[in-house]
Design a protein around this ligand. Structure first.
Ligand SMILES: Cc1cc2nc3c(=O)[nH]c(=O)nc-3n(C[C@H](O)[C@H](O)[C@H](O)COP(=O)(O)OP(=O)(O)OC[C@H]3O[C@@H](n4cnc5c(N)ncnc54)[C@H](O)[C@@H]3O)c2cc1C
Length: 284
C-alpha cells in the first residue's frame, strides 16, 4: 500500500470541509472492507488523504419516523439484519444484509459503503431500489436528494461528486398488504459474492389479487433497475407458479436485451428466471 495522509473527522461539517479541501484527492473511509482492498492494489491512483468518517455519531442508526424509515450510512450489515424496524417494515433488506460476507464483514461493512462502492454484486442495492429509496448527498455548501436508482452510472461509478458525503437513505415503510423477499445465488453458501440476486415486493388487495409488483435483479443488468416489463404481467392477477414463471422468463429476456449473449448467458438465462420465480413464490 502506498502512503497517504489519514484524517479522522468527528462531525458531518468537518467531513464536508475536508472533502471540499481535497476534492478528488480524498477518499472516504467508513468500514474499510472495500476501500482497504482497493488501496492495496498496485495500479490505482493513491489518494492524498483518507477521510475516516467512522467516528461521526450523526451518521449512525436506523430510525422510524411516522411512515418513513431513515437509515444512516454507517449502519452496519449486522445492525440491519438485527433491526426490528426492518424486520417488520422492510424484511427484504434485512434478508439481504444477513447474507453479506461473514460475521466479521457484516460487523464492519456499512450500508453507505455498499451503496457508494457501486459494485454490481452489492447486496443491499436491489432491495433498496425495490423499496424506492432516496438518498441525501451533502456538500460543504448544501445538500441534494435523489432517487437511489438515479445514482449509478456504471459498475463502480456513481454520479456523486468527490466532495459529496452520503448522509441518509430513506424509504417508506412497507404496508401490511406487501410481501417481500430477497434471494442471492453465490458460488457457495457462505462468504460468497452474488453471481445473481433478486429483490421482489408484491402488494395484494383484500381478495388476494396482485395490485403492484416490484422486481429488481442484482448482478444481471449493467445498472440496477426495476424490471417493469415483468412487473406489469402480474398486475390484476392471482399468484400462481405459471404467472411467476412467465415473469421470471420476462426478466431473463430483458437481461439478455441489455447484455447481449455472452459466455455466461447459457447459465444466467435460466437461472435468473428461476430465481425470480422463487423470489415471487417466497413473497406469497
Ligand atoms: C471478504 C469480503 C466479503 C464480502 N462479501 C460481500 C457480500 O457478500 N455482499 C456485498 O454486497 N458486499 C460484500 N463485500 C463488500 C463490502 O463488505 C461491502 O460493500 C460493505 O458494505 C462496504 O462498506 P464499508 O463501510 O466497508 O465501505 P468502505 O470500504 O469504507 O467504502 C467503500 C466505498 O464507499 C465510499 N463511501 C463509504 N461511505 C461513504 C459515504 N457515507 N459517503 C460517500 N462515500 C462513501 C468509500 O469512499 C469507498 O469508495 C465483501 C467484502 C469482503 C472483504
Amino acid at each position: 500500500m502506498k502512503p497517504f495522509e489519514y484524517k479522522a473527522v468527528h462531525s458531518i461539517e468537518e467531513a464536508c470541509s475536508a472533502l471540499a479541501e481535497y476534492g478528488s484527492d480524498a477518499h472516504i473511509l467508513a468500514g474499510g472492507t472495500d476501500l482497504l482492498i482497493e488501496l492495496r492494489k498496485q495500479n490505482i491512483r493513491t489518494p492524498k488523504v483518507v477521510v475516516d468518517i467512522s467516528f461521526i455519531k450523526e451518521l449512525r442508526g436506523i430510525e422510524s419516523i411516522n411512515g418513513t424509515i431513515n437509515l444512516k450510512p454507517l449502519a452496519t450489515h449486522t445492525q440491519l439484519l438485527q433491526s426490528s424496524i426492518l424486520h417488520q417494515y422492510a424484511s427484504l433488506l434485512s434478508s439481504a444484509a444477513s447474507v453479506i460476507g461473514s460475521p466479521q464483514i457484516r460487523n464492519r461493512g456499512t450500508i453507505g459503503g455498499n451503496i457508494m462502492n457501486a459494485a454490481t454484486c452489492a447486496d443491499t442495492v436491489p432491495p433498496l431500489i425495490a423499496l424506492g429509496a432516496k438518498i441525501t448527498l451533502k456538500l460543504k455548501s448544501g445538500s441534494r436528494q435523489l432517487d437511489l436508482s438515479d445514482l449509478f452510472i456504471k459498475p463502480y461509478q456513481t454520479k456523486a461528486k468527490p466532495e459529496e458525503l452520503l448522509t441518509e437513505i430513506s424509504f417508506l415503510k412497507l404496508s401490511p398488504n406487501a410481501k417481500s423477499s430477497f434471494i442471492k445465488l453465490g458460488r457457495r453458501n457462505a462468504l460468497a459474492i452474488s453471481r445473481l440476486s433478486v429483490a421482489a415486493i408484491l402488494f395484494f388487495n383484500e381478495k388476494g389479487i396482485i395490485t403492484e409488483a416490484r422486481i429488481v435483479p442484482g448482478a444481471a443488468l449493467p445498472i440496477w433497475r426495476r424490471v417493469t416489463e415483468a412487473e406489469q404481467i402480474m398486475i390484476g392477477e392471482i399468484p400462481s407458479t405459471e404467472l411467476f414463471k412467465t415473469a421470471g422468463q420476462k426478466v431473463s429476456e430483458v437481461m439478455i436485451s441489455h447484455t447481449g449473449r455472452r459466455w455466461s448467458t447459457e447459465y444466467k438465462e435460466p437461472v435468473i428466471a428461476t430465481l425470480v420465480r422463487r423470489a415471487l413464490e417466497q413473497c406469497v
